[in-house]
Design a protein around this ligand. Structure first.
Ligand SMILES: [Zn+2]
Length: 197
């Protein structure tokens, strides 16, 4: 016997989420059925509002609800250091350390020969616009994956035209791993042990 249409449709929607299979999706739909109407409305509003209100910071590319993110707005942060990361998730991972007080630049992905993605496809041109006499160091914190390393090489080459210090987070992170999954101590050591390029 098939599920009623509305039930099946929500199962299919939940299956779009990462790590959710058919069984898990069905369990979630049964749970939604048991929720009261206010809770369901809150859930559906939250989904709509997320898409409607989320923007990318015009300066660094991090997610925010205004033109600029909270980090770019914060003038107490060290304006002389920019840390390049692949995604907003990496910004949150770094911020959890409560150790880094500089700025970020989110490039949204990596160079990928397989996917035909070049350095120009990334949020990189806006990074060069940000480099002025105030910027002293750029830390390349792309993930220690093959794509992350390739991207790091491209970035280092492009940045070498500026009179700034360029560094790469150290190899403490296991090859193929992601910043966001690294434990805080490993990430901290990797940041502290960054090497000049
Ligand atoms: Zn920003």
């Amino acid at each position: 016997m098939e599920y009623p249409y509305s039930f099946e449709e929500l199962v299919e929607c939940f299956k779009l989420l990462p790590g959710i299979g058919k069984k898990g999706a069905e369990r979630m739909v049964y749970h939604v059925l048991s929720m009261d109407e206010d809770q369901v409305k809150r859930l559906s509003d939250a989904l709509i509002n997320l898409k409607k209100n989320m923007k990318y910071c015009q300066k660094c590319g991090h997610i925010c609800e205004d033109e600029l993110c909270d980090i770019c707005k914060d003038t107490s942060r060290d304006q002389s250091t920019i840390c390049i990361v692949e995604s907003p998730r990496d910004v949150f991972a770094m911020e959890k350390l409560k150790e880094y007080n500089g700025l970020y630049h989110v490039i949204h992905g990596t160079v990928s020969i397989m996917d035909g993605k070049t350095i120009e496809d990334l949020n990189v041109m806006s990074l060069f616009d940000r480099i002025d006499e105030n910027v002293k160091e750029v830390i390349i914190a792309t993930n220690p994956t093959r794509e992350g390393e390739t991207t790091s090489l491209f970035l280092a080459r492009l940045l070498s035209q500026y009179d700034i210090s360029i560094s790469r987070i150290a190899n403490g992170l296991p090859m193929g791993s992601n910043l966001e999954y690294a434990d805080e101590l490993t990430l901290l050591k990797s940041l502290e042990g960054r090497k000049k390029l």
